[in-house]
Write a protein that binds this ligand. Structure first.
Ligand code: NAD
Ligand code: UDP
Length: 327
């Protein structure tokens, strides 16, 4: 019967997290049914509580390192802690989440002949020697450092996705996501945008790691989710052959030093916080900027619309409200 229903039934792993919850909002808005599977390690029920009574939404508390048996038409595999402090908390579990999680979700997709999306990352490029990063670049990644559980786990997941694609003709979509921010990041997430905003709103010191001259390119969440959906909606090839598998970079090419970001946050919050300098964590990439030529070409000229200042204002408003009323 699945083929006769224009409404898609979609599994989102990691759906109670920052990106997953925004993705689910978009899918429900357009009329899909969503099954959200999450072990709530870094995600929270608060991100999905507005959906719990939605008749097309279902939450399953589940760890993707174990098999999952559900019937769906599409899978978005987002389950994995994304913040360095959280993925380094239990590095073995992080690798298992990426690798066993990918095997379990790919196995499910194979049984169902379902299209499957992988939330990969710019971390597959490591500390890049090519700038900006194109999808052809193979990366510069330490296999044995504190970030390796995440970077190598995600690289192995990409390998598994492409092997299932070649070996089992699975319709895969691999997106390499660059630093994305917005409402529903956890206040203790530890990533730079939420850290700086929370510190500024509380009037605490703003912690710059290293000299703050390392760069990142920050994408607002709505732009990213639009890219996910356009990519996943690309039709399959002729006679049902798998469509374009990627990998495809999704991110905002606007590049800023971490110090510039701190100054913008202070400016926009009107905070009296001071900048303080802390040691640079091991293997922290010095620069990062996506080349999005491929995304523009394949995703109907997709490119980010929200400038950093506008996105920061919305994110600041979210945290301001959250800190005022944490319930
Ligand atoms: P997040 O930490 O807010 O969300 C991750 C979600 O996965 C959480 O809800 C968490 O509870 C869940 N999870 C973790 N381990 C799990 C497991 N074993 N089983 C089931 N659920 C599990 O992070 P996010 O920013 O929303 O990231 C979502 C995905 O996008 C991740 O795969 C991440 O690697 C990827 N990504 C994000 C960014 C970014 O800038 N936000 C950049 C690159 C890649
Ligand atoms: N960073 C910082 N202060 C913080 C948190 C992060 O200076 O409180 C720096 C971090 O060292 C890195 C950049 O900001 O250079 C982005 O860090 P994040 O953890 O957000 O993501 P990633 O390093 O994975 O891109």
């Amino acid at each position: 019967m699945r083929n006769y229903n224009p409404r898609q039934r979609i599994l989102v792993t990691g759906g109670a997290g920052f990106l997953g919850s925004h993705l689910i909002d978009r899918l429900l808005e357009r009329g899909d049914e969503v099954v959200c599977a999450d072990n709530l390690f870094t995600g929270t029920k608060r991100n999905i509580e507005h959906l719990l009574d939605h008749k097309h939404f279902e939450f399953i508390r589940h760890d993707v390192t174990f098999p999952l048996y559900v019937e769906v038409d599409q899978i978005y595999n987002l389950a994995c802690p994304a913040s360095p402090i959280h993925y380094q908390h239990d590095p073995v579990q992080t690798t298992k989440t990426s690798v066993h999680g990918a095997i379990n979700m790919l196995g499910l997709a194979k049984r169902l002949r379902a299209r499957i999306f992988q939330a990969s990352t710019s971390e597959v490029y490591g500390d890049p020697s090519v700038h900006p990063q194109t999808e052809e670049y193979w990366g510069n990644v330490n296999t044995i450092g504190p970030r390796s559980c995440y970077d190598e786990g995600k690289r192995c997941a990409e390998t598994l996705f492409f092997d299932y694609h070649r070996q089992h003709k699975l319709d895969i979509r691999v997106a390499r996501i660059f630093n994305t921010y917005g409402p529903r990041m956890h206040p203790n997430d530890g990533r730079v945008v939420s850290n700086f905003i929370v510190q500024a709103l509380k009037g605490e010191d703003i912690t710059l790691y290293g000299d703050g001259q390392q760069t990142r390119s920050f994408c607002y969440v709505d732009d990213l989710i639009e890219g996910f959906i356009r990519f996943m909606d690309l039709p399959a090839g002729e006679s049902g052959a798998p469509g374009f598998p990627g990998p495809i970079n999704l991110g905002n090419p606007g590049e800023f030093t971490i110090r510039q970001l701190a100054e913008k946050v202070i400016d926009l919050t009107g905070s009296s916080s001071q900048l303080v300098f802390r040691p640079l964590p091991a293997d922290d990439p010095m620069q990062r900027q996506p080349d999005i030529t491929r995304a523009k070409q394949y995703l109907n000229n997709w490119h980010p619309q929200v400038h950093l200042e506008e996105g920061l204002r919305k994110t600041i408003a979210y945290f301001d409200q959250l800190l005022t009323d944490p319930s």
